[in-house]
Design a protein around this ligand. Structure first.
Ligand SMILES: NC(=O)c1ccc[n+]([C@@H]2O[C@H](COP(=O)([O-])OP(=O)(O)OC[C@H]3O[C@@H](n4cnc5c(N)ncnc54)[C@H](O)[C@@H]3O)[C@@H](O)[C@H]2O)c1
Length: 248
């Protein structure tokens, strides 16, 4: 399986490249990035320059220029793993459109732990009901561009499913905001140092708090998930897939 990594010079791209360097089934044939780095495979700044046969694209870059990577994937009929976060509503619609033509695997978090956490928070929200206020706190390194994290948004969606979608997200609080309303789902983003990724979902009741949390200790956990997803996606029919498809 021939892999193209978009964002190959970044933190995730580097991790995935290193992981695939010792892989017997898949190999990185080239990368696309806005910056250049000396690597044993060609790194292009433009998809038009790509000469290699590509089976699957792994994208950990930026939501910018989504159109160019999707046009390339559609023209070459290759699968695409979208690990990038921070897509707009219009981007998400464009991704849905692409998934009618090619296999697209998209998730904001490629760790098995977070996938399980989604199920746990959905069940907890349903079980505890409106007697418990739910707040989500995420912590990431000081270079992260989007906030709250894609994973925090995914967790919020799961919590809300457990509460019949009755909750409304409230992003941070400042000033005289008044007492907390019952249907609030508080979202808080902390940025600092080299934190890889921490997510906490707090269920706060009267005199008791339940916290469900996940801590990523290195980016390798996401890189391993991306490689697994790319191998799983190879040869699949057009459609939109996520971690729940991979793990069932
Ligand atoms: N889904 C997950 O499990 C998961 C895990 C970690 C990070 N992420 C997401 O992956 C993305 C990248 O994270 P990172 O920590 O590697 O960031 P990074 O800044 O270290 O790397 C991004 C790379 O993409 C390149 N790039 C930026 N714009 C580009 C464009 N238009 N075309 C091609 N390349 C471009 C940059 O030059 C850089 O080399 C972010 O959106 C982050 O939130 C997702």
């Amino acid at each position: 399986m021939n892999v193209l990594i978009r964002g190959i010079c970044g933190k995730m791209g580097t991790n995935i490249y290193e992981l695939l360097s010792g892989d017997g089934d898949a190999k990185v044939v080239c990368g696309v990035d806005v910056v250049k780095k000396e690597l044993p495979v060609p790194v292009y700044t433009d998809f038009n320059e790509v000469k290699e046969e590509v089976d699957v694209i792994i994208d950990f870059s930026s939501p910018d220029a989504l159109e160019t990577v999707l046009l390339f994937a559609e023209a070459r009929k290759c699968g695409i793993v979208l690990g990038t976060t921070g897509y707009s509503e219009a981007d998400l619609k464009r991704i849905e459109m692409a998934a009618r033509r090619i296999p697209v695997f998209k998730t904001a978090n490629l760790s098995i732990g977070v996938n399980l956490m989604q199920t746990l928070v959905r069940q907890a929200a349903q079980f505890l009901g409106d007697q418990f206020d739910v707040e989500i706190i995420e912590k990431h390194h000081n270079l992260k561009k989007d906030a709250p994290s894609g994973t925090a948004l995914m967790l919020a969606k799961s919590v809300n499913e457990g509460r019949d979608n009755a909750l409304k997200e409230v992003y941070g609080r400042q000033g005289m905001v008044g007492a907390r309303e019952k249907n609030e789902l508080g979202m808080h983003a902390v940025r600092g140092g080299t934190i890889v990724g921490e997510h906490e979902v707090l269920f706060c009741g009267e005199d008791e708090i339940i916290t469900i949390s996940h801590s990523a200790r290195s980016k390798r956990v996401f890189a391993a998930g991306a490689v697994k997803a790319a191998k799983w996606l190879y040869g699949k029919p057009a459609g939109k897939y996520d971690m729940s498809d991979l793990l069932t």
